[in-house]
Unconditional design. Structure first.
Lengths: 292, 324
């Protein structure tokens, strides 16, 4: 074998080896995903009963009695906090996106709004929590630890996600659609809402679902603002939530609380994965429709 | 778009009829929404400056070089936490960058077409898992594994490097936090690298093949250099995520407020210190000191994110919000 063919063989072998290695990287990267799902199903699923959805957080195990309890109270808290957060973030995010796209178009200052949203989405969530802490402290120190401040923090986290997704969706609506409506004498705000926003709705919805799934799993700001093990008693009081109680119960010496952490993790994981998959499917089907 | 946007509010001088009142209201309302995003961003920076004010006034930025954190003696040094943050993020990237790039290369160059999209979507599910679930998994599953098997093995085989010295019985340490963080940065880096590699023109690849390049040489010399900016942006965004991660790190790093002596020693990052110390604060300047650290973290993550977004804006690859 000549030196040249030997060299070629070595190059080919090296190339094949690298292909195998990159394939291996895909496998390695997926291991933690399935490992986490497996542990949640194993450790959470073995205790999960229908009682999880009907009973509140149990008192810690004592030598006398040890109730399993459930996550009803946690789900209620999460639902209220994230619901309120969506109430703040979704209208503001959609309005901001409409402004950036419908009035700004491709201009540099319109891009600046999107840029601000992108940068905001990179702010660490614990920092957002501290920000709301300062703001609420000067507004009313009584409600620093409350559902209100927790939901404001989650709202600030959801806002850029909703705005950017809405923006991308609005930009896919062809310009000719707006011009046609304008030529028919429709007023601009009606065109923006009834025609552009409506045709971009699946894209907007995807963004909202994405933002909700992010907020539902967010525990860091709630640690500073909505930290309790009591149920919901009004928006001026704190209420316990799923994400934060996973943290609080994770290393609990009480068996029923430690189990509750895993059950909650499983329910949260299923919720978040379903939300994520739904939004992706929605987006795929919708973008295919526009391409057709 | 070269022609004028018909939605731009025109002054009445240019139109025959004054804009309808509904249009004016709508313009103002949407403007408020857009300004809201900018306002929140500015308010975050302002609020942290405000919270850090007492500490900034009394110590300035000297705590940045302080090696000891001992609030009960009014000693506030940030070095242990800055170090903890930087070391965990760096190791996380050292692990996740090769894996993510490998995955992106496989999914854009080698995998059969029908497999590419589904596998990429599965990898993106990693981004959907809440960080507190990563933390729970790290704390209950990974930590005991580290203490029982991984730490002793590292100490005996790689102890000579000096990185794995000291006691090996702590499962919650710098390395554990770094490993968990590395998994959390994989989806970001993979998504952006994949986008960038897919945007490489076919001709670029075909030219390399026609010169007799092997698969790997095509990737190495033609795909990766062309996609470099997008890959770098993805890595930087991954870094931004790692620097600010709170829950997963708090649950796995060991929460020890001192300079770590090895990768196997318990440590603390800036976010994890805030999470554990915020309500334990005793001395009056402790909370402002935490705010000053949060401010430093914020400024670093802002710089990191602005850098990455500037690269992406130049590439016009979109926001990646849908990709994450």
């Amino acid at each position: 074998m000549s030196a040249r063919t030997r060299h070629a063989t070595r190059r080919k072998l090296f190339s094949h080896a690298m292909t195998v290695l990159t394939g291996l990287a895909v496998v390695i990267v997926m291991i933690p995903l399935f490992w986490i799902i497996y542990e949640c199903v194993l450790l959470g699923g073995s205790h999960l009963t229908l009682g999880y959805f009907t009973q509140g957080t149990p008192p810690p195990c004592s030598p006398i009695e040890c109730k399993a309890g459930g996550g009803l109270q946690l789900m209620q808290g999460t639902f209220i906090v994230v619901g309120l957060a969506s109430l703040y973030a979704v209208p503001v995010g959609i309005a901001g996106a409409i402004f950036a796209v419908e009035y700004g178009g491709q201009r540099a200052w319109a891009r600046a709004f999107s840029f601000a949203a992108d940068v905001l989405s990179g702010v660490p969530s614990i920092v957002v929590g501290m920000f709301i802490y300062v703001v609420i402290f000067y507004y009313d120190p009584q409600i620093v630890f409350s559902v209100t401040s927790g939901s404001l923090a989650l709202g600030a986290i959801m806002l850029p996600i909703v705005m950017r997704a809405t923006e991308e969706a609005l930009r896919t609506v062809p310009h000719s659609v707006r011009e046609a409506a304008l030529a028919l004498g429709m007023s601009r705000w009606k065109i923006s809402l009834r025609i552009v926003l409506l045709s971009a709705l699946p894209g907007v919805l995807t963004g909202v679902l994405l933002a909700v799934s992010r907020a539902v799993g967010e525990a860091a700001p709630l640690l500073l603002l909505d930290n309790t093990n009591l149920g919901f008693t009004g928006t001026n009081n704190p209420a316990d939530t799923m994400a934060l109680s996973i943290y609080l119960f994770a290393a609990s010496p009480y068996k029923n609380w430690a189990n509750l952490a895993w059950e909650t993790a499983l329910v949260l994981l299923i919720f978040v994965l379903v939300l994520s998959l739904t939004s992706r499917l929605l987006l795929n089907r919708w973008s295919r429709k526009w391409k057709a | 778009m070269t022609r004028g946007n018909p939605f731009r509010p025109s002054s009445s001088r240019r139109t025959l009829r004054a804009p309808r009142i509904g249009d004016r209201i709508f313009f103002v309302l949407t403007l408020i929404g857009a300004l809201g995003v900018v306002a929140v961003l500015i308010a975050v920076v302002a609020a942290l400056f405000h919270g850090a004010q007492p500490a900034l006034q009394q110590y300035g930025f000297s705590p940045v070089f302080g090696r000891i954190w001992n609030p009960s003696d009014y000693v506030y040094g940030f070095v242990p936490f800055i170090l903890g943050t930087l070391v965990t993020s760096t190791i996380a990237l050292l692990i996740s960058v090769p894996l993510s790039l490998g995955a992106a290369i496989f999914l854009t160059q080698h995998a059969p077409l029908w497999l590419r999209e589904p596998v990429a979507q599965v990898i993106q599910l990693l981004a959907a898992i809440p960080s507190v679930v990563y933390g729970l998994w790290g704390l209950i599953i990974i930590t005991p594994l580290m203490a029982a098997d991984v730490n002793p093995a590292l100490a005996s085989y790689l102890g000579w490097t000096g990185l794995f010295g000291g006691p090996t019985n702590y499962g919650e340490n710098l390395l554990t936090a770094s490993i968990v963080l590395s998994i959390m940065t994989v989806p970001t880096i993979t998504a952006f690298s994949r986008d960038a590699m897919e945007a490489v023109p076919r001709s670029q690849k075909e030219a390399a093949i026609s010169l007799g390049a092997t698969h790997w040489e095509v990737t190495r010399r033609s795909i990766v250099p062309y996609a470099r900016s997008g890959i770098v942006a993805g890595i930087v965004l991954g870094l931004g995520r790692a620097l600010g991660e709170t829950m997963a790190v708090t649950m796995t790093i060991g929460n020890r407020n001192a300079i770590p002596t090895s990768l196997l020693s318990p440590a603390q990052s800036i976010p994890s210190l805030i999470a554990t110390d915020y309500f334990e604060a005793i001395t009056p300047n402790e909370i402002p000191a935490l705010f000053e650290m949060a401010l430093i973290l914020l400024l670093i993550t802002l710089a990191v994110n602005i850098g990455a977004r500037a690269i992406l804006a130049r590439l016009a690859l979109g926001s990646g919000v849908g990709a994450e």
